[in-house]
Design a protein. Structure first.
Length: 202
């Protein structure tokens, strides 16, 4: 696992805290910094880098902060602004008794359970992370697990939101597995993310 927290600068974190924890920063000229959060898993760190760099290419100014033990709480409190997640896991957490199993059902369940002030990107339908995809279990016996980005509502412009959804439209399970393997064998998460974005012209 890649467990080393990535904090590009203390100033960036301070700026992000100011941007999302208060109405304005001390300097009116300072551009808010978007903090993309992650836990310590390779998957989460990689996805945070992908979303962060994608947003930067759409004109945002972002930083990645990893190692969170309470990422959803951090998002809800405004300590981070974006969080990659598996949508099936979100259903398990927010409405564990939900009968949602298929990709469309899980998307609908997540949308119905979003906390106030939190939005969600399109699901990466090409990422089927259900156990059945690996062990051949019958169709729809496990809850669909696709990658999404949770984010604080109202902080992105249209182009930046499109960029998040473009990521969802391109990412596949095989690519995710290969990228995680690359990182676990020595590639920096930021480099793996950059190569993937370049390969997909994002």
């Amino acid at each position: 696992m890649y467990s080393v927290a990535v904090r590009r600068t203390a100033a960036a974190i301070l700026a992000a805290t100011c941007a999302f924890g208060a109405v304005s920063c001390a300097s009116d000229d300072a551009r808010p910094v978007v903090v993309v959060g992650a836990d310590s898993t390779t998957e989460s760190v990689l996805l945070a880098e992908i979303y962060s760099q994608a947003l930067d290419r759409a004109g945002a100014d972002s930083t990645v902060m990893t190692g969170s033990t309470t990422p959803l709480a951090d998002l809800d409190a405004g300590r981070i602004a974006v969080l990659p997640a598996r949508n099936g896991a979100l259903v398990d957490r927010w409405i564990p008794t939900s009968p949602a199993r298929t990709p469309d059902e899980v998307v609908a369940a997540v949308n119905s359970a979003l906390p106030q002030g939190i939005s969600v990107s399109d699901a990466a339908d090409g990422t089927d992370l259900r156990p059945r995809a690996q062990n051949g279990a019958p169709e729809d016996t496990a809850r669909s697990q696709s990658i999404v980005a949770l984010y604080r509502s109202g902080i992105f412009d249209r182009q930046q939101l499109k960029k998040l959804n473009y990521v969802a439209g391109e990412l596949t399970t095989d690519e995710l597995v290969d990228l995680i393997h690359d990182i676990d064998t020595g590639t920096r998460p930021a480099d793996a993310a950059r190569s993937w974005l370049d390969a997909h012209s994002l």
